[in-house]
Structures are given as structure tokens and as C-alpha cells.
Design a protein around this ligand. Structure first.
Ligand SMILES: *Cc1c(COP(=O)(O)O)cnc(C)c1O
Length: 485
């Protein structure tokens, strides 16, 4: 079965099917058949009026009546329509037929019903209950292994303090952040009874933070080993740390040679006092990639040279590779936050956590032939009704999700009035435009459009990025609201 929202081939191209399948699965039986009604309603077209009964006029025709009725004096000098529209309307009676549209371009905003107390600011809804549920599911999957949650980059943009406290409440006692500054924030949120590892390792400027907040550095090189041991001796600390061995990622981590050197240097190893040996998988999202088994093998062999201590290899995607990848500690991030960890959507047991909601700021009728947004990147083939939404790339809506004319198969959708509507035109800094021509009932101002969440519709794969990036780019301007579950 295809998705209820039908696209016109040629205008929006094919829909991203894999995401459709996933969305159907998520929605399950809650998905009401909105198609039949949707089609019917769309037939009254976008430009007529009177559908909404007693609500304020939406159409130009009713509007004119209202104008003279309200206040004849205002009739000539002022319009009820927003004033910026006036130059287009100078020649008395607006024309609504196709012919008239040459004289009168006719694209214009509508007066719409608006929600009480509506805001122009986007909202990020973060479901902490879903994070806990995802934590529990990963715990079920990894059995006796422990979970060291990845909270780097402000818990993937969701708020390290709230996410940290939630996971601590769920039983998590090991955390990973990228920098000592992130470690300080997390420590202050969760208290002293947990290990916080700093993935980027120690650097001279950050050492005071490491000591003050009892952070454990991840040692990524012999240089970092020396920085840490020198300073640790001086500060008379007996700190723990993790040793990070590079087994093929070629990013951070001790090389195999360095690891071997270190494993033979009892003095250095003794003063480092590692309590964890870890490595990181490069290709875990692709379960068939031979790199996974190769890294697993290297990791086992090099770890065997060190005294027995807990081992850790798997990130979220690694969790799904199977038991032999779990060792004593897994380090999931994205799966906790409802993102897609693997290529195949085989992490269907994660619950969606984040909804980016943007209010409808304006509804416009656009004439055939008009262009929409920056660069005129979208041209209306026929008369359209569009909605302008109050979130743009500053809030994390990727520019790559723009809906440009002729961009076949690359359309991104948002959910508005419970239906999928395509993004059209170029996403701008604060605003995104969607095509609502086919909506049964146009939204009111202040109604919320959902960019991601249960109806996750901006598909990372389709626009050439990854869920991680979509998450961490959710902007500071969004009002963050946290739900307990
Ligand atoms: C970010 C990170 C993780 C978590 O990765 P996810 O893919 O989000 O699960 C684990 N380990 C290291 C070293 C990381 O940098």
C-alpha cells in the first residue's frame, strides 16, 4: 500500500519509500485512513471560501464584502489585508480568474484563524520517557554488559543535564562526553556516583577541570598518556582513565604499535591506572562490512596484552552486530535518542524521542507560474496554497531538505494537520515553506507542523546526511520542552 499522500510525478518525484515503511510501522493502527477525505476536500481547490462556516473569511471574495461592511472610510486607503500586499491590489477589484492573474499576480497572504497565544518560535519536544525506554531496551539486548551512554555535544543537542539525569535515574553509571567542559556540566547534573569519560582525552588547559570534577580521560596516544601521568603525579591524584586503541578507524586512539609499547611499559601503565580498554567501530552501521570482524579480531588480540580489565567496542550500531561485540560495556548514543543507528532500519525497537515543531506563520495563495522563496527555486505549476512555517536552518531544518522544482525523489515532508505536506522552495534561516494545496482543511496560524518525531519526515538518508547531524544541529532558538514519558 502506498502512503496516502499522493505526489504528482514530475513535481515532487518519488517519495522516500524506506522511511514510509518505517513510518507506517511506527504509526501502526493509529494511522487513520485520511486519504478518502483528503482527496474529497482537496477538490474544492485552494482559493474558494466559506468552508469554515463561522470562522473569519479566508477567501478574497468574502473578504471584499467584509471590507466595505467593516468601515467604508477605510475601504480606499486601507485594506484589511496586510499592507505590504497593497501595491499588488491597487486596481480596485481583485480578479480571481486565470486571465486576471496577468494584471494581478495575485499571490497573497490570507487572513487566517490563529491559535490563542501562539508564538513564532519553534519548539523542541524531548521525550525523556522514551530515552529511558530506549535505555532499557538496549540493556535487555546486551544482557550482562553495562551501558556507558554517549552524551557528547550536549547529549546530541537534546540537553546533557536533563538527559544525564534521566539516564542516571534509569541506572546508568558510566557516561562518555567529548570534552572536559561537557564533563563538568554532566558531573554537576548527576552527582559523584558515576564515571564520566572524556573521549578527546587530556590537554594541558583542561587538566584543572579533570581534577575538579573527577573526570576520566580517554587516553588516545602516548603523548596524552604522558600529559596525564605527569600532571596526575603532581596533583597527587590517583585517577583512572580509559585506553583507546585504534583498530582501524584511524581517528583517535593508540596505534597498535603504541599499544604494544605501552603494554610493555609497566611503569607508565602503572601510573596511568586504566580501568577500561576501548576501541571504536568504523563501519558498524553496515553489518555485512568485513571491517567489523577485522576490528573485533584486532581488538581482542591487543586487549589480551593488557591486564584484565573491562573492554568496550560497540557504539549503538555495534550493539546490533551481536553478542561478541558487547564485551563488558557498550557505548550507545544515537539509539538512546531515537535516531537511526544502522543502514537497515533494524533498530526498530527504539522509540522516537525528539519532535521539532514549527508554527504556521502565514498562509498564502500562489498563482501558477509564480516562484516561491529564495532564488525562485520552486515554481508553481498550478495555483497553490502554501504555509510558511517558523523554523529554518538556524533551528536545524537542513537546507538540503529544500523542495526545488525538478528535484525528483528528494522531497522532504513535514506533518501538518496530521497529513504529510512537502517542503517547497529553499529552506531559509528562520522559515520553511510547505505546499498545503491538498489539505482538506487549511491550518490556522499558530498550528504546529512537525519536522521530526513520531512522524519523522525529514529523511536524513534522502538528503545525504545522517540522523546524528540532524539532531545536533537542532538550534538553540528552539524552546525545549521535556516530557517525562
Ligand atoms: C560518539 C561515540 C559513541 C556513540 O556512538 P553512537 O553511534 O551515537 O552510538 C561511542 N564511542 C565513541 C568513541 C564515540 O565517539
Amino acid at each position: 500500500m502506498k502512503k496516502p499522500f499522493k505526489t504528482e510525478p514530475g513535481r515532487y518525484g518519488a517519495q522516500p519509500m524506506s522511511r514510509d515503511a518505517q513510518e507506517r510501522k511506527r504509526q501502526g493502527n493509529r494511522d487513520t485512513p485520511r486519504d478518502a477525505k483528503g482527496r474529497d476536500g482537496a477538490r474544492d481547490g485552494g482559493r474558494d471560501g466559506g468552508r469554515d462556516g463561522g470562522k473569519p473569511a479566508r477567501s478574497g471574495k468574502t473578504f471584499d464584502k467584509k471590507k466595505s461592511f467593516d468601515n467604508p472610510r477605510r475601504d480606499k486607503s486601507f485594506s484589511d489585508k496586510p499592507r505590504f500586499d497593497k501595491p499588488k491590489q491597487t486596481q480596485a477589484k481583485p480578479s480571481f480568474d486565470k486571465q486576471g492573474s496577468a494584471k494581478n499576480p495575485g499571490s497573497r497572504p490570507e487572513r487566517s484563524v490563529h491559535k490563542q497565544g501562539f508564538t513564532t518560535r519553534p519548539t523542541l519536544r524531548i521525550n525523556l520517557g522514551a530515552i529511558k525506554a530506549n535505555y532499557d531496551r538496549i540493556q535487555d539486548r546486551v544482557g550482562n554488559a553495562k551501558i556507558g551512554a554517549s552524551l557528547k555535544a550536549n547529549a546530541y543537542g537534546l540537553g546533557a543535564e536533563q538527559v544525564g539525569r534521566t539516564l542516571y535515574g534509569a541506572g546508568c553509571r558510566t557516561f562518555f562526553v567529548a570534552t572536559a567542559g561537557e564533563g563538568k556540566i554532566l558531573r554537576e547534573a548527576i552527582g559523584d556516583n558515576a564515571s564520566i569519560y572524556v573521549l578527546n582525552g587530556p590537554a594541558p588547559q583542561d587538566l584543572t577541570l579533570f581534577f575538579a570534577f573527577t573526570l576520566k580521560p580517554v587516553i588516545n596516544s602516548l603523548d596524552q598518556a604522558r600529559i596525564w601521568t605527569n600532571e596526575a603525579d603532581r596533583a597527587k591524584h590517583a585517577p583512572y582513565c580509559a585506553l583507546h586503541i585504534d583498530t582501524g578507524m584511524n581517528r583517535l586512539g593508540l596505534s597498535l604499535d603504541e599499544s604494544e609499547t605501552l603494554s610493555k611499559n609497566q611503569a607508565l601503565l602503572g601510573s596511568l591506572g586504566p580501568d577500561l580498554i576501548m576501541s571504536h567501530l568504523a563501519c558498524a552501521p553496515d553489518a555485512n562490512n568485513p571491517m567489523n570482524a577485522q576490528q573485533l579480531d584486532r581488538f581482542r588480540r591487543i586487549a589480551a596484552r593488557f591486564p584484565v580489565m573491562p573492554l568496550s567496542l560497540a557504539n549503538s550500531a555495534g550493539v546490533y552486530l551481536g553478542k561478541e561485540y558487547h564485551f563488558q560495556l557498550v557505548r550507545p548514543g544515537i539509539s538512546l535518542y531515537g535516531g537511526q543507528a544502522t543502514k537497515k532500519a533494524n533498530n526498530e525497537d527504539t522509540e522516537p524521542v525528539v519532535s521539532l515543531m514549527a508554527p504556521v506563520l502565514q498562509i498564502r495563495n500562489v498563482k501558477a507560474g509564480d516562484t516561491i522563496g529564495y532564488n525562485g527555486a520552486f515554481r508553481a505549476d498550478s495555483d497553490m496554497k502554501i504555509a510558511v512555517l517558523g523554523a529554518g536552518y538556524a533551528d536545524g531544518v537542513p537546507v538540503a531538505a529544500s523542495g526545488l522544482s525538478g528535484s525528483k525523489g528528494k522531497t522532504s515532508f513535514v506533518t501538518l494537520a496530521k497529513q504529510r505536506v512537502p517542503i517547497i522552495g529553499r529552506v531559509s534561516m528562520d522559515l520553511t515553506i510547505v505546499d498545503i494545496t491538498r489539505l482538506t482543511k487549511p491550518p490556522g496560524l499558530g498550528d504546529w507542523a512537525e519536522f521530526r518525531g513520531e512522524n519523522l519526515t525529514v529523511d536524513a538518508n534522502a538528503i545525504g546526511t545522517i540522523d546524528y547531524e540532524l539532531l545536533v544541529r537542532l538550534g538553540d532558538r528552539c524552546r525545549r520542552t521535556y516530557q517525562k514519558g
